[in-house]
Design a protein around this ligand. Structure first.
Ligand code: ZN
Ligand code: ZN
Length: 482
């Protein structure tokens, strides 16, 4: 059995774990490596579609491997097409970009195994995307040919549920649900010919669905894995931080104390966080105004009967329609069709809902609205004009690199300009040091491989006196396991 890590090594995210057992070849996660990409590219220095995958391969943002990529992009690089894919499948732990988004570059016949909710997230992300290159997560259309002649394929998805036993060649993969800051998140137990592996994906033990994480840990203990591949995002953090119920409590207090408009910024795909804000609004008799992108996501996720989320037409929800095109949304006596023309196809259906509002309505109803306003929506403040006595709730993690810090400081400038005091309230999607070490000690693998962290050596230091051997992976290095 051989393991190769093509991402997630000394970086948070970008997981691409390649497993070979006899003739079976599988990937576990195929995420986008933001930190590697950021080393070479920026907002105005982007990989070129004209070079197919060449710009990504040049810097190892995608692994150099035959028989896995899309024919259209390979052709563009004068490379041989993939006749039959060289791998048996890709398992996705969840729909966060750093675990799943590079499947957009894979050959359409490669089976993608994931939870039903993960598939819905990928569908919504593609359909409501403003970009094209690298966004074909759900459906696939050949590039570089006449648009009209292009057939559209759905990727080869196989959805699973917790506890399913998926036999592929010489392996059996068992996905187990696990709590993280996005629903539809899974960990895996992988039974190979002579070796058993447990892979955590991303997880936490302090979230609202912590029982799911315990279910995975129990299953992993039973499996007695030889190897535990564990995420270590917060191995350097001792503080557990707030739990989700405390976030909701704090948000509720802030909303009650605020006389005018409340503006909020939280992770778009964190349904637990959405529910915290939704509940806090309901209990303080305010309405939560969401963006069209959020409305589209909620509507797509509604297909998942197990997720408890309100309808977008719920009486406590408003849909904020931003100004687009010439801003006809805000003018009186303009034909509906004319306004619709200014919006993307996927947005049009929200324009005429009874609960759709624009900046004028928010400006007039500041006391009873909580408006979603992330970094990219800050420009809406110019139109909305928050009155003195308004507040901004920042419900995300602290900036983790220089670039994020620059953006964060830019946001602070906007808040200062508009006299908006900021309040922070966030619960992490990742387990802190103490929990990670507890998980390792309870599962007791022979070998532990830390990934998805900038401090993998801390596992080595912290488990020095245990019987667990810590193996620090290197990018592209083959690890043989017998
Ligand atoms: Zn991650
Ligand atoms: Zn994640």
């Amino acid at each position: 059995m051989r393991l190769t890590f093509f991402g997630g090594v000394n970086e948070i995210g970008g997981n691409k774990i390649f497993l070979e057992d006899r003739d079976t070849k599988l990937f576990f996660d195929f995420g986008f490596s933001f930190s590697t990409a950021k080393k070479y590219f920026s907002e105005f220095l982007q990989p070129r579609i004209v070079n197919g995958l060449g710009d990504f391969l040049e810097f190892g943002i995608l692994p150099e491997m035959e028989g896995i990529y899309r024919d259209d992009y390979l052709k563009q690089m004068s490379r041989k097409p993939t006749i039959t894919p060289n791998i048996d499948g890709v398992f996705l732990s969840h729909a966060h970009a750093d675990h799943s988004w590079n499947i957009a570059f894979l050959h359409k016949d490669i089976p993608i195994y994931c939870g039903e909710t993960c598939k819905l997230f990928l569908k919504a992300a593609q359909e409501s995307s403003f970009a094209r290159f690298g966004q074909d997560f759900h459906t696939y259309r050949e590039a570089f040919v006449d648009r009209i002649k292009k057939p559209e394929y759905e990727r080869n998805f196989h959805t699973f549920r917790t506890g399913d036993k998926i036999k592929i060649g010489s392996t059996e993969v068992v996905p187990i649900h696990c709590d993280h800051s996005i629903p539809g998140n899974y960990s895996f137990i992988i039974y190979c010919s002579n070796v058993t592996i447990a892979y955590t994906g991303d997880l936490r033990m302090h979230g609202p669905k912590k029982q799911m994480t315990y279910d995975f840990i129990n299953e992993a203990v039973e499996a007695k894995p030889d190897i535990l591949i564990i995420e270590g995002t917060r191995i350097n953090e001792r503080e557990r931080g707030l739990a989700e119920w405390q976030v909701k409590q704090r948000v509720k207090e802030v909303i009650s104390r605020t006389k005018e408009l409340v503006l909020v910024n939280f992770p778009l795909r964190d349904v637990d966080r959405f529910n915290s804000f939704y509940q806090a609004c309901k209990e303080t008799h305010r309405k939560l105004a969401i963006t069209t992108k959020q409305a589209y996501l909620l509507e797509t996720l509604k297909q998942d009967k197990k997720l408890a989320i309100p309808k977008i037409t719920d009486e406590n929800i408003l849909i904020y329609i931003h100004r687009a095109g010439w801003g006809k949304i805000a003018f009186d006596n303009i034909a509906v069709e004319e306004v619709e023309q200014e919006y993307y196809k996927w947005e049009k259906k929200f324009l005429n809902l009874n609960n759709a509002i624009c900046f004028k309505d928010v400006n007039a109803r500041q006391k009873d609205v909580v408006l979603y306003c992330d970094f990219f929506d800050l420009k809406e403040l110019i139109d909305v004009k928050p009155s003195l006595g308004s507040r901004y709730i920042y419900s995300l993690s602290e900036p983790h690199d220089e670039e994020a810090e620059i953006d964060f400081n830019r946001m602070l400038n906007w808040l200062e300009h508009f006299n908006l005091p900021m309040v922070q309230a966030h619960a992490s999607g990742h387990a802190p040091r103490e929990d990670l070490i507890k998980i390792a000690r309870v599962i007791k693998p022979k070998t532990l491989i830390p990934i998805h962290t900038e401090y993998p050596y801390l596992f080595y230091r912290l488990l020095k006196f245990s019987r667990i051997r810590v193996k620090l992976p290197k990018v592209g290095e083959i690890i043989h396991i017998r």
